[in-house]
Design a binder for this molecule. Structure first.
Ligand code: IPD
Ligand code: CA
Ligand code: CA
Length: 290
């Protein structure tokens, strides 16, 4: 039985409040598809409004904590206290095109115990995360060492051990961002060996789906911490592995992310590593599989 902490309740309250409005705005976006102006401006206002709602709620609950937000940037808080990492609308392109697959992602990161942290940022582990899908009303949450949950149901990554049965999520480089050649090479290694590949368009949900056993793995590059902080904790707390493309298991995941079940992560990493150009392949320079 899930014992929902005060911290998770705060995150969920903020996400649900913003989600109620996003759900209403999503209905409006469907009408705007056929208007001459299109839904672009409306969606960016919905995005900003959601972030403002989440910010106000979280600030009220923890007045001295800082923020990293996709729209509003970084707001410093008491450096001895944790900070919030917020993506108010993950899956914007889906939202814009009336595809009901998007989420709110909120994570909590604690200050590094040694004052530096693994990446020198001064920040340490992600200790709580929540990914809320307003359309399906699914609330995926996790706390460090306390497991991953969907509402009050404990999550566990899938038990599949055969690659040819695995369903793998990915994010494809778009709008001139990322390395499309590298993605294609990785796809050429992984694609033919697995049951199927999905590009669903909301990284936080891709990771939550790995935690929930819907996907057996996921890879993407050029992610930001607000895309992946909550989702990576979900995967780890559900018994899966998360590393970067070099195989390093970092406390906060971003940039390149490879998530997989305990049975498949190492094999997916081997395929991925084989697909990287030899000259640019950091695994050749001594990376370890996480
Ligand atoms: C994007 C989504 C998408 C991923 C992109 C992200 P946004 O976030 O997570 O799935 O492929 O890399 O930027 O822009 O919808 O918040
Ligand atoms: Ca995002
Ligand atoms: Ca976003």
């Amino acid at each position: 039985m899930a014992v929902i902490s005060g911290l998770v309740r705060v995150m969920e309250r903020a996400a649900r409040k913003a989600g109620t409005r996003l759900r209403r705005d999503f209905g409006e976006v469907e009408h705007l598809q056929v208007s001459r102006k299109g839904p672009g401006d409306f969606v960016s206002k919905a995005d900003q409004h959601a972030e403002r709602t989440i910010y106000d709620e979280l600030l009220l609950a923890r007045p001295d904590w800082g923020f990293v937000m996709e729209e509003g940037g970084t707001i410093e808080g008491d450096p001895r206290k944790p900070r919030w990492i917020v993506d108010p609308l993950d899956g914007t392109t889906n939202f814009l095109h009336s595809i009901p697959h998007f989420a709110i992602s909120i994570a909590v990161q604690e200050p590094a115990l040694d004052g530096k942290g693994a990446d020198g940022s001064g920040w340490g582990d992600v200790i709580a995360g929540l990914v809320y899908q307003p359309i399906t009303d699914e609330s995926f949450w996790a706390e460090k060492t306390r497991g991953a949950w969907l509402h009050d149901r404990r999550l566990r990554v899938s038990a599949r051990r055969n690659l040819d049965e695995a369903l793998i999520g990915t994010g494809i480089p778009f709008s001139n961002r990322g390395d499309a050649g590298q993605w294609s090479r990785i796809y050429a290694e992984i694609g033919p060996r697995v049951a199927s590949i999905r590009r669903n368009g909301a990284a936080s949900l891709d990771l939550a789906w790995v935690a929930a056993g819907r996907f057996d793995g996921f890879w993407e590059t050029d992610l930001q911490i607000w895309d992946s902080a909550a989702g990576c904790l979900l995967v780890r707390e559900a018994g899966g592995f998360v590393s970067d493309f070099r195989g390093r298991s970092l406390p906060i995941c971003a940039e390149s992310v490879l998530a997989g079940t305990d049975g498949l992560h190492a094999r997916l990493h081997k395929l991925l590593a084989g697909a990287m150009k030899p000259s640019a392949n950091p695994v050749d320079q001594g990376g370890a599989v996480g």
